[in-house]
Ligand binder design. Structure first.
Ligand code: ZN
Length: 353
């Protein structure tokens, strides 16, 4: 039986730009059209019915990945936060990854979208829709001048922190089992950042904030609360996941959560191991739907940035997820909401007309 490639999937988080940056910058970009070794490229998008999503620009920390993987395979772990990255160090990396995004558009592989109408037009034209997102605000100065410039360049979504401290807030460290309430919240500059993002219509992503930061944004932001790639703390008690109180606040603000495919945040035991059945993802979706309602849940795969379930390693595998949702009894209207409609709804509310 052929698996369904519709409704099209619009996704809350991927790290393709970082992946290409590590692979050599703009030179590997043409292979986006013909086939890349990672999770996302144009041929796989056609096979999987992937319509795009949030493309993150991300400044890496010098970490030993093997060491991190080994640590996160233990029954309990408490990774420390990497050192902060300075503005001078972050800017060239952000410029390089943004240039890769523009190159992918120039080559015809995707369309950078600044409005919901742009996203709908890209979907209708069967071209990948990309939101320019930045995961961590190291490249933004305290006067927010870089924010204004990046907005003009197309930035429409921002995480004030990755799991690392910035001048705006403290990031959440990777800990299991752990409450997300492990650190301080927004700084004064962080409050200014939130206000300016509200004014400009830049969506704020809460996924890597600790709980104090989350509540500070909830207090200061006028926009719906959004976690683009996070899961349920009641199922997987990871510091990166959302507690019931946080989910209630997201519901009350009419925001949403994108389901993260990263195995450590899906598994009950928090381990970085890929043998995770789709049924475990459905458990998180069921819980999110119960807490948030049908209009406030979507997908946030973390493709090209995380270890994902072994049956869903590339976007060409997404038909299996649709089929599983269908067999689980979600029904066509709900599957369409989960696949893309809820993202468009919340972006419409956040960005305005
Ligand atoms: Zn992330």
């Amino acid at each position: 039986m052929t698996q369904p490639t519709a409704p099209i999937i619009f996704d809350g988080h991927n790290d393709l730009l970082y992946r290409l940056y590590e692979a050599g910058g703009t030179s590997p970009a043409p292979a986006f059209l013909t086939g890349l070794p990672g999770a996302i490229d144009v041929p796989s998008a056609k096979t999987g019915g992937f319509g795009g999503g949030f493309f993150a620009v991300y400044v890496p920390s010098p970490t030993d990945l093997d060491e991190k993987l080994a640590e996160m395979s233990k029954p309990q772990y408490r990774l420390s936060l990497p050192d902060p990255v300075s503005w001078d160090a972050a800017i060239p990396v952000v410029m390089s990854q943004a240039a890769i995004l523009f190159e992918l558009e120039r080559l015809g592989g995707l369309k950078i979208c600044r409005t919901v109408a742009d996203i709908r037009a890209a979907m209708d034209a069967d071209i990948m829709a990309a939101i320019f997102h930045m995961e961590g605000a190291e490249a933004i100065d305290p006067d927010l001048h870089t924010l204004d410039v990046l907005y003009q360049a197309g930035l429409r979504s921002l995480g004030p922190v990755w799991s690392r401290n910035t001048i705006f807030a403290e990031g959440v460290p990777f800990c299991f089992p752990s409450t997300p309430d492990i650190g301080g919240g927004l700084t004064e500059a962080g409050v200014r950042l939130v206000n300016r993002c509200n004014e400009l219509g830049i969506m704020l992503d809460l996924s890597h904030m600790n709980e104090a930061g989350f509540w500070d944004v909830a207090r200061h932001s006028e926009a719906p609360l959004v976690a683009t790639h996070s899961n349920v703390h009641a199922i997987s008690p990871h510091s990166r996941n959302l507690t019931d109180a946080q989910l209630d606040a997201i519901r009350d603000s009419d925001g949403m959560v994108g389901l993260n495919f990263a195995v450590a945040f899906l598994r009950d035991d928090g381990k970085m191991q890929a043998d995770v059945p789709i049924a475990q993802m459905l458990r998180h979706l069921d819980y999110l739907l119960e807490k948030l309602g049908e209009d406030r849940v979507g997908l946030g795969s973390d493709y090209d940035g995380a270890m994902v379930p072994q049956g869903l390693t590339r976007i060409s595998d997404l038909p299996d997820l649709r089929a599983a949702m269908d067999q689980h009894g979600y029904g066509p209207a709900l599957v369409a909401k989960l696949c893309h409609e809820n993202w468009l709804r919340v972006l419409d509310k956040t960005w305005g007309a």
